[in-house]
Design a protein around this ligand. Sequence first.
Ligand code: NAD
Length: 334
Amino acid sequence: MRYLITGGAGFMGSNFTRYILRKYSDAVVLVYDKLTYAGRLENLHDVKDDPRFKFIKADICDEEQLVKAVKEFQPDAIINFAGETHVDRSINEPAPFLKTNVLGVFNILETARKLETPLVVHVSTDEIYGNLWGKEPADEEAPFRPSSPYSASKASGDLLCQSYWRTYRLPVIIVRPSNNYGPYQFPEKFIPKTIIRALHGKPIPIYGRGDQVRDWLYVEDFAEAMDTVINKGSKGEAYNVPGFNERRNLEVVETILKLMGKPKSLIKHVEDRPGHDRRYAMRGDKILALGWRPRTPWVEGLERTIKWYIENEWWWRPLLSDDYFQLDTPWRKG
Ligand SMILES: NC(=O)c1ccc[n+]([C@@H]2O[C@H](COP(=O)([O-])OP(=O)(O)OC[C@H]3O[C@@H](n4cnc5c(N)ncnc54)[C@H](O)[C@@H]3O)[C@@H](O)[C@H]2O)c1
């Protein structure tokens, strides 16, 4: 099978690329990635010399480049991981989020429609359902109530996919994962930030009281969920991919510190993020019915992640900016 993976040089896309090349000897992959600050060829260092792997540096918002790539590569599926992904950045500067997460998705759908690509799989997010504190976990039919510019842009991309199925019968499947964690995640994100700061004995910021609940899923388990949906999912459907592993933020940091043998005194409570959703939660009946379930137990996944960051300083050290260890809230930098 021929996979055109947009955003394949990012955290989840690179883990998916690695998974597919390992699992299928006849897989051919074209990673199509703009290489924003979050996308790096270092994320693909171990597959870049594989003859089944190709890479092109290009923007999903650039119609000409995308059409050319799809015409030349003739994918069986376009798998869209490309996105602007950091909620804090979307509060500070929403424009790139609207561009990539809405117009970029539109461009992929239009290209697939015109060139009759057999399948598009779009990666959405659990954040589109908004704050579910004190409520039932969302099933795939639950209303969208995004709180941040990031989640609003993701909800828009998701709705465009739905409309292309209903209007044009474009063969598209939507996947809505919960919070992923694991190797190759950019150091600005919660779990790598905690690990890297703990390694340096630096204070670890927690927004507000740290009682926000997220549902954590190991990134390789998500790659397996994507593979399941590609092979067994129904076109026109959306699939939630929960981790079945809800944890309070404070608990996450405390567990990491314990596993690393670091003191809890490193935790520093800072001003909460505006519009911060207290809880995300999804039902997973549809993906479970396809035969997938997460394999990696929480503490084991954390241990593997910590070990990876300890052993791969070459990967994250160049990414630390001068102010990396400051406690300023990003939306105040503006
Ligand atoms: N990380 C999570 O926990 C999580 C949870 C739910 C959903 N998601 C979604 O999964 C997808 C992947 O997330 P991630 O954590 O791997 O993100 P990431 O920020 O690590 O990677 C995003 C990748 O997209 C590329 N990209 C950005 N704009 C592009 C453009 N215009 N054209 C081409 N490439 C572009 C970047 O260069 C980068 O390689 C995103 O759509 C995100 O919204 C992530």
